[in-house]
Write a protein that binds this ligand. Structure first.
Ligand code: DAH
Length: 334
């Protein structure tokens, strides 16, 4: 019995002596957990030693019990301390690894921007929307009827020559102007009408500094009772002042279009010369009749502008072709 008591005491002391430095040396949480199981777990060394208690006399048991508790608490304390130390180290390491260096130069990503042509179109739409106009659109592949016929330009009309264009095998064509949208819109709506129609148009034009076979137009149309040429002039004046500034030089020059009467061309000063921005006029009564409006009740004005021309004036660009070359050195200036 006495041997047994001593044996157990020795084993407990030995356990503590072995375990304490082993715990201190551990450097991962996994290893630490293994040690805990090994020393203090259900089947661990402490439990095994305590199994020997059954052989002790009842008087000896409290002594070993007290010692066992002491060893257990000491080891538990060592394990807890070590765990806290390792966890703190782990957090430190993570913080160090994830440090954000706010002084490090960023990764450069070139930023896209709106093409100067689209930007001009947007500005023009904004101005007219501000004046109460609605944006309307139509197809780029058009029928002869909407592009010419309904615009008071029959098959044999000489005005067709100027706009002779890209015809498709089925007799349709790539629209030569956005005026076709006027007809499409009026067919489906009743006056009063205020629309603005932007879009791409196609001409068999010889390309030069101010012409292109594919370009962009912006069409406006107002139909109502008592609309006069004065309304057209006033609208154009307000519009050009908004777009180019108060001191813009604008002039109207008498002209001819089959779908307006009277008609005029609109010029703006560009690099010291007059540059045509588009055509305009009072909607021809024949056009109103074609869409079923009574020209005795309604009058209207219309205009069609070249968006590229606006860009030339706005940015003092010398050649329309620069807008299409996709040369970023040029485009990034705007
Ligand atoms: N459609 C004409 C063209 O492309 C421009 C034009 C002139 C449009 C007079 C109009 C207008 O709306 O009233 O040359």
């Amino acid at each position: 019995m006495t041997t047994s008591l001593n044996e157990l005491e020795t084993q407990l002391v030995a356990l503590k002596q072995e375990a304490t430095p082993a715990i201190a040396k551990t450097d991962t949480l996994d290893q630490l957990e293994q040690l805990r199981v090994n020393y203090l777990g259900k089947k661990g060394q402490l439990s095994q030693i305590l199994r020997g208690m059954g052989k002790l006399s009842p008087e000896d048991r409290p002594r070993i019990g007290a010692l066992a508790n002491e060893v257990k608490e000491a080891l538990q304390q060592s394990l807890d301390n070590k765990r806290q130390e390792l966890q703190a180290a782990q957090i430190q390491a993570k913080l160090a690894a994830e440090t954000l260096d706010v002084t490090m130069p960023g990764v450069y990503k070139p930023q896209g921007r709106i093409h100067p042509l689209n930007s001009i179109i947007d500005q023009v739409l904004d101005i007219f929307v501000g004046l109460g106009y609605t944006v309307a659109t139509g197809p780029e592949m058009e029928t002869d009827y909407y592009n010419f016929e309904a615009l008071n330009t029959p098959q044999d009309h000489p005005a067709r020559d100027m706009q002779d264009t890209f015809y498709l095998p089925d007799g349709n064509l790539l629209r030569t102007h956005t005026s076709s949208v006027q007809i499409r819109y009026m067919e489906n709506n009743e006056p009063p009408i205020r629309i603005i129609a932007p879009g791409r148009v196609y001409r068999r034009d010889t390309v030069d500094a101010t012409h292109s076979a594919v370009f962009h137009q912006i069409e406006i149309l107002a139909v109502d009772e008592d609309i006069t040429f004065g309304d057209l002039k006033g609208t154009l004046k307000v519009f050009f002042q908004e777009l180019f500034g108060e001191d813009v030089d604008v002039r109207l020059r008498a002209s001819y279009f089959p779908f307006t009467e009277p008609s005029a061309e609109i010029d703006v000063k560009w690099r010291g010369k007059w540059l045509e921005m588009g055509g305009c006029g009072m909607v021809d009564p024949n056009v109103l009749k074609t869409v079923g409006y009574d020209p005795e009740i309604y009058t209207g004005f219309a205009a069609g502008f070249g968006a590229e021309r606006f860009a030339l004036v706005m940015h003092q660009i010398d050649d329309i072709r620069r807008l299409y070359t996709s040369d970023l050195r040029f485009l990034q200036q705007f």
